[in-house]
Ligand binder design. Structure first.
Ligand SMILES: [Zn+2]
Length: 254
């Protein structure tokens, strides 16, 4: 497996979940971003001359060509919430920014079943197709959003392979990107992601992407509800070093 080209400039893959208007969350603050803060963050990227890359552009720059622009960033949104279509995408479009949304293939158009405390509708198939036509990208976040490392080989295979097939059928094109639910992965799940033909695997391990060991254990930076523009700036420009923080993330020695 190819290591990132060490001379590659820092590129951050930012991780968002829900974007909208929320009561101040008591827990899991990294799962929410206020829409006004999100708008300010995107305006900052534009103002500061950042290039928003697709995951494919970042992957090629990091692992093959090593010629990423000095200020580049990738935007990712986990789970496929309807509020991506309602709040985030109109702002992204206004700036001409692309983004990748990770979908849970059996939950489209439903309330997110993995969130027990709140109602959080997920985008349906027609919304996803419309956004794809407008330039958004979609990847797989498994079929049912379970922790992969807890599953049998057969279940893991189903989650990783069949979600890809289902989203490919929905979009009528290859789906090259995969994101581990809860950032939870182990060697078996990582190797199945490779075997299934994905080109990337995204974790919740914090760090800029150029410190990733390989394209199937890409590090990201979560933007949290508490991040005002100063916090956003800090995460974007600093915090490049790899940091294992969530107890659920499992680093695979490779
Ligand atoms: Zn998720």
């Amino acid at each position: 497996m190819k290591q990132a080209i060490r001379s590659a400039p820092a590129v951050s893959i930012l991780m968002y979940h829900q974007v909208g208007r929320f009561k101040r969350p008591k827990a899991h603050r990294s799962l929410y971003c206020d829409v006004d803060r999100f708008a300010a963050q995107m305006a900052y990227l534009k103002y500061a001359g950042y290039r928003v890359l697709s995951l494919e552009q970042a992957r090629l720059g990091l692992f093959q060509e090593g010629d990423l622009p000095p200020r580049s960033v990738v935007l990712t949104f986990d789970d496929g919430y309807q509020n991506f279509a309602d709040y985030a995408w109109p702002i992204l479009r206004r700036h001409g920014f692309t983004a990748t949304v990770f979908l849970v293939s059996t939950a489209l158009g439903r309330q997110a079943p993995w969130l027990s405390q709140e109602e959080a509708p997920l985008m349906d198939a027609s919304t996803i197709r419309m956004l794809r036509a407008e330039g958004a990208s979609f990847g797989s976040h498994t079929r049912t959003h379970r922790r992969l490392s807890t599953l049998s080989e057969e279940e893991m295979h189903d989650e990783i392979f069949n979600s890809r097939i289902e989203i490919e059928q929905l979009l009528g094109e290859p789906v090259p990107d995969f994101c581990y639910p809860y950032g939870d992965y182990d060697r078996r799940s990582r190797d199945l992601v490779i075997e299934a033909g994905y080109r990337t695997g995204l974790t919740c391990i914090r760090g800029s992407a150029n410190v990733s060991d390989n394209a199937y254990e890409l590090t990201r930076k979560a933007i949290s509800y508490g991040d005002n523009l100063v916090g956003f700036f800090w995460k974007l420009h600093m915090k490049h070093r790899r940091k294992e923080q969530a107890a659920s993330t499992t680093r695979v020695p490779s």
